[in-house]
Design a binder for this molecule. Sequence first.
Ligand SMILES: [Mg+2]
Length: 395
Amino acid sequence: MTGEVNHSLHIIHCDLDAFYAAVEQNDNPSLKGKPVIVGGSAASRGVVSTCSYEARKFGVRSAMPAAQARRLCPQGVFLPVRMERYLEVSHQVFAILSDYTPLMEPISVDEAFLDISGTQNLFGSPEAIGREIKRRVRSELGLTISVGISYNKFLAKLASDLNKPDGLCIIPYDRALEIIRPLPVTRLWGVGEKARQALERLGIKTVGDVQDLPTGWLAERMGASGQHYWELARGIDTRQVETHEERKSLGREVTFPEDIDDMQILQKNLAAFSAELCRKLRRDKLYCSTVTLKLRYSSFKTINRSRTIAPSHADVVIGQVADELLQKSYRGDSPLRLIGLSLGKLSSAPDWEQGGLFEESAQYEKVDMLMDQIRRRFGSRVIQRGNQLPSRGDD
Ligand SMILES: [Mg+2]
């Protein structure tokens, strides 16, 4: 926990631009160049979820009441939220990102942190990795993604936002304080409207104003959050990229922007997680012996259900176990805010003692290996198993 703070550029924050609207424009090219506004129905709590950059010119913003958006932009194309489709594309994006490091922390459907320490020998400089991610997301998925690179999470996230859309911004250690100095205090994590007003009463408006305060001054007046703001303004943020992976396990989970009780969507998510995690296992020549499903309800009640299996890294086997766990433990009675899948008891060779059971997964192994090869050559979108394909009526 203690020790040297790493001031090299090793954290990348990736944030898709106007994600839902961009997916809609991608899926329906006649919407390109038009003000597209996603959300606003009762299901999305009456507010705009995302709008295209064309709509932003009219002053439309996400989280704005739909009625206000209609007044500002009557010619806008208003579309319902197609969460299932966005999650599908989100999985494809995360699959690309996870090619560059095992240390990936998705923080929403369209954003993730990567810690690339140790992978630079393989993939080049942080900037080269950032450019390659942008290139692949554009060529394989037709989307633009903004990339911020720095030496901690706060600055990487701030950087990805500085040149949006389609940005690539690097904040190196020796220039960090100067780069963030002119920004308003609301750029500091945790400074909302209330804190902004409180800071303004103290005569503090910019990040630079905070930087110039003596140590402890803000903490005396605003407590722990004051200390937090001061540290961020000085470019100090010690949070690590957290992958939600326990030791000896591999996992993926998603927090839905809106709670979900649609079994089909949940199943597709699990199928995508299985495919992604199995691909990583095969890449690292690992097998798993436990499959754990995690469900978190709207009430924040969380349950985990596990099953022990013969060592496997076959999509079909893991995917089926995950699906069975879901069918058994979720009855659609109350919507979910999070679903996750983790594969545990990883080993580098299957336990041949359990040969009988292993054969079942061995027969799928060749198919999976072949699919991995095709994906590597032609991109991760080219080939998917049937259970990950869009359902009829999506497009
Ligand atoms: Mg975004």
